[in-house]
Design a protein around this ligand. Structure first.
Ligand SMILES: [Zn+2]
Length: 466
């Protein structure tokens, strides 16, 4: 997108006032979003965006300037703006850039243009028709398709040159079932760092029919009982609880600020020894997978907790430099060239345990099984959370019985992590719908096997419809 000679010139300009590191991040993005609501195409949006961000480091002081123009003058002007905070001078005028390649491959088997926009709309129409035909109680249907190509290049004055061209395909659906005055909404989706092969590997129509089945079944749900009880959380998407209520606290910015419950606890026991938790940015096809992060660091697999012992945090370049750590863990991510990177999760999960999931349910005399959750709320720095279950069942004498509505669980992430006492052997990552918000949006995956939390506060309400 910009050539090496121009990158060298801009970096030299950015260093001129005495910076110890300068970086250019260039991005070229193309997106298509199609959305259907109640059988009509409501959204058809093509986007293109390109630009560059120049970041300059004076020790722990970091300055940033960005431009949506990639011509030489704009880049030089941005480099000067970012360098303006410096008061020294640099004699480094020659920067030798060496391109670094990633051994990781995220192949796109079917490029976006193998289907026309009409074909893509047609798929949404079919989802809509099948959902409506499924049951007359289905009264609202929405479906959407997203494709995104995000190509990044990074050059820095240490001589690093990398690029990562990221392709994402995503399908989402939502249905509302109604009977008399009761409404029940179910939303779901799937996607990944893949091309249109996603649509061959997943059956979008079967997926939305399954949402309809759940929504209709949940119309019969009774109000969830409230109080302290045992909760069993589903595998896959259930890992969103760990992500929100524990994972964020292992991000290095919360650690260096000292605001996290995990600050200063490396080597200490922070969870039941049956818990191992991992952040892995190298899993083929996953939403959080990267070749290089947005600091230019190779993506990696980081064991955060091993058998209950806290092993590592998730670092970006800024926080690693702040504490004198030798490099980051490849967790520096940014929403776009308009943003500075910050420590973010990639694909984060609780690892495989040894219990049969059936055995976990059978172990519960009376409790709640959470089969799906909407996004909850978590104080990501402290880990206090409230999560709303969208699909939940009572567990009575070791068996799943009536569906219940309005199940909400409350607690504190680090505390719950200590208390989880059974971990299933059915590890799964979520189907690929996770979007993390931490000031900036980032695609992530979450995951876990079925887990049992022996005691947690469940708030029940009979007014959580839709
Ligand atoms: Zn998050």
């Amino acid at each position: 997108m910009i050539d090496k000679a121009l990158a060298q010139k801009v970096l030299a300009e950015a260093l001129r006032t005495g910076a110890d590191l300068a970086e250019i991040y260039v991005e070229d993005v193309e997106s298509l979003r199609l959305g259907m609501d109640d059988s009509r195409v409501e959204t058809a949006m093509r986007g293109e965006d390109r630009g560059a961000g120049i970041r300059v480091f004076f020790g722990n002081l970091v300055t940033y300037a960005f431009t949506d123009s990639l011509d030489e003058q704009s880049l030089i002007d941005s480099a000067r703006a970012a360098a303006a905070a410096g008061t020294g001078s640099s004699s480094q005028t020659r920067i030798d850039l060496t391109e670094r390649k990633s051994p990781l491959e995220y192949p796109v088997l079917k490029p976006f243009d193998t289907l026309s926009i009409e074909d893509k709309v047609q798929l949404l129409s079919q989802m809509d028709e099948h959902a409506r035909a499924y049951n007359p109680q289905i009264v609202q249907v929405s479906a959407s398709y997203d494709q995104l190509r995000r190509h990044m290049w990074l050059f820095n004055s240490d001589g690093l040159q990398v690029e990562d061209e990221r392709f994402y395909t995503e399908i989402r659906g939502g249905v509302v079932a109604r009977r008399n005055g009761t409404l029940q909404q179910v939303r779901d989706g799937f996607g990944g760092r893949v091309g249109l092969e996603l649509l061959d590997q997943n059956d979008a129509i079967a997926e939305i029919e399954s949402m309809c089945e759940t929504a209709v079944k949940m119309l019969d749900a009774r109000p969830c009982p409230a109080g302290e009880m045992t909760v069993v959380m589903c595998n896959g998407w259930g890992g969103v609880l760990f992500h929100e209520a524990c994972g964020h606290q292992m991000e290095a910015d919360f650690i260096t600020k000292g605001s996290s419950a995990y600050a200063g606890k490396i080597g200490e026991r922070v969870a039941n020894p049956i818990i191992t938790a991992i952040d892995d940015g190298t899993i083929p096809g996953r939403r959080g997978s990267l070749k290089f992060d947005d600091d230019g660091t190779p993506a990696q697999r980081t064991v955060l907790i091993e058998k209950g012992i806290l092993k590592e945090y998730m670092w970006d370049l800024v926080e690693a430099r702040r504490v004198g750590r030798d490099g980051s863990t490849g967790n520096g991510r940014r929403e776009s060239y308009r943003h500075m990177p910050m420590p973010r999760m990639t694909n984060t999960f609780i690892d495989q345990g040894e219990h049969d999931p059936q055995e976990i349910i059978e172990s519960v005399k009376r409790g709640v099984y959470i089969a799906n959750m909407a996004g909850g709320q978590a104080d990501i720095a402290k880990g206090d959370f409230v999560f709303n279950a969208t699909v939940a069942y009572l567990i009575e004498d070791g068996k799943l019985t009536a569906p219940v509505r309005g199940a909400t669980i409350f607690g504190n992430g680090p505390q719950v992590l200590n208390e989880i006492d059974m971990v299933g052997n059915d590890l799964a990552l979520d189907p690929g719908k996770g979007m993390c918000g931490k000031g900036q949006a980032a695609r992530v995956s979450v995951g876990q096997p079925t887990v049992r939390i022996p005691r947690v506060t469940v708030g029940g309400t009979d007014d959580a419809s839709a």
